[in-house]
Design a protein around this ligand. Structure first.
Ligand SMILES: C[S@@+](CC[C@H](N)C(=O)[O-])C[C@H]1O[C@@H](n2cnc3c(N)ncnc32)[C@H](O)[C@@H]1O
Length: 375
């Protein structure tokens, strides 16, 4: 006999959490095939996705709540079940008795009694945290970094916003893209006939949007596999792009040949953590400086490609100082041939010579954009 759907949902969620947390799989890649094999209907699949993504976001907080009562090492599947149980008890609308019974029902063998005992204690105990990073469920360095760069209250609000499920927004051509990214594409201010270079274009979200204006877009990216995604997305959205694999630090394109050059740079992604719930546990603090170095090299090369009177647009989906203000400072110092355009209007806020979109401002991804005109 098949177990009730609620139990099956938890069983599928636990196997996904083990794949992601213990085996290191990426949530957005690991989950779809697991769901496809599950035999669950659409509603239950959506519930699995919510539970898995929510548990991954709140993993540190859940571990704390559970580990008050766990004194020995536990197997990955038991750890996943405990996290999932604590997530539902603390952060979801699932009633406590259903959270415990379905999760315990999804655990096989001898661990079942143990998981039951722990989750009952979690359900009965007050929710308390030793510090803010545990409560917010981010690595210490992420909280410290954004607090230092944005101020305490703004950072905490951004981090809380990124613990919530993102809305899905779909463009008129069917491409799913957060509104923040759509706004960045608009800010490139492309026109029919413009020559545009999008140097870090994969998977092609902004490049396809730019091509819809009738501009001629060169869509480049370093990684051949990701360039394949640009090709697929151009086909699906029915636009023509000149697609190429190249390193944006030495793109090999003709100097001063473009009306618009977009650098949507590789970054730490600290503005899109709600969309990538497992990313916060993979990143390391040193990545920020390493990426800022790469960003500076890319904008140096990109600046060469802009014709006099043309625009250089730099954007990142992160909120850290070195990747936003740091790159702006670098451009101000090393490229006096560029002058800034006015920062975009609200919900963007002025940030250096550019604009910052906080995730809490309009419930979007967090982004920074800087637009410079070559004199
Ligand atoms: C933020 S993503 C771009 C998103 C894309 N603009 C969109 O809207 O769909 C950054 C991209 O930069 C690429 N990248 C990383 N290093 C690069 C380099 N040295 N040259 C060119 N592209 C690079 C990555 O492969 C990744 O696809």
């Amino acid at each position: 006999m098949r177990p009730p759907a609620g139990v099956e949902v938890r069983r599928v969620a636990i196997s996904a959490l083990v794949r992601i947390s213990a085996d290191g799989a990426y949530a957005n890649l690991a989950l779809p095939p697991i769901l496809a094999r599950s035999g669950l209907d659409g509603r239950d699949r959506a519930l699995v996705t919510d539970l898995v993504y929510g548990t991954l976001r709140m993993q540190r907080a859940c571990d704390h709540l559970v580990d008050r009562f766990v004194v020995r090492d536990v197997d990955p599947d038991v750890r996943a079940a405990l996290r999932l149980g604590a997530y539902q008890l603390t952060f979801s609308e699932v009633p406590a008795h259903a959270a415990v019974s379905t999760t315990v029902g999804a655990v096989g063998g001898r661990a079942r009694g143990f998981v039951n005992a722990i989750l009952r204690r979690v359900a009965a105990a007050p929710v308390e945290y030793p510090d803010e990073a545990t409560r917010l469920s981010y690595p210490d360095w992420v909280v410290e970094r954004l607090t230092a760069d944005l101020g305490h209250d703004t950072a905490v609000e951004a981090l809380e916003t990124m613990n919530r499920r993102p809305e899905v927004s779909t463009r008129s051509d069917g491409y799913i893209q957060d509104r923040a990214s759509q706004w960045v594409a608009d800010l490139v201010d492309a026109d029919a006939g413009d020559r545009i270079a999008d140097l870090c274009s994969a998977p092609g979200g902004k490049a396809t949007a730019l091509a819809h204006t009738g501009a001629r877009v060169v869509a480049a990216d370093l990684r051949p596999a990701r360039v394949g995604l640009v090709r697929d997305n151009a086909e699906r959205t029915e636009v023509d792009l000149d697609i190429l694999v190249t390193d944006a630090t030495r793109p090999g394109l003709r100097p001063a040949a473009f009306d618009r050059v977009l650098v949507d740079a590789p970054c730490s992604g600290l503005g899109v953590l709600r969309r990538r719930p497992d990313a916060r546990w993979r990143l390391d603090a040193a990545a920020v400086e390493r990426l800022a170095e790469l960003q500076r090299r890319i904008v140096d090369a990109a600046a060469e490609l802009v014709r006099p009177g043309g625009l250089l647009v730099y954007s990142v989906c992160t909120l850290t100082g070195p990747e936003t203000l740091g790159v702006d400072d670098h451009l101000a110092t090393h490229h006096p041939e560029f002058e800034p355009l006015d920062p975009p209007d609200a919900p963007w806020i002025p940030h250096g010579r550019g604009g910052l979109l906080l995730p809490q401002a309009a419930d979007t991804d967090g982004m920074m954009v800087l637009r410079l005109r070559r004199r």
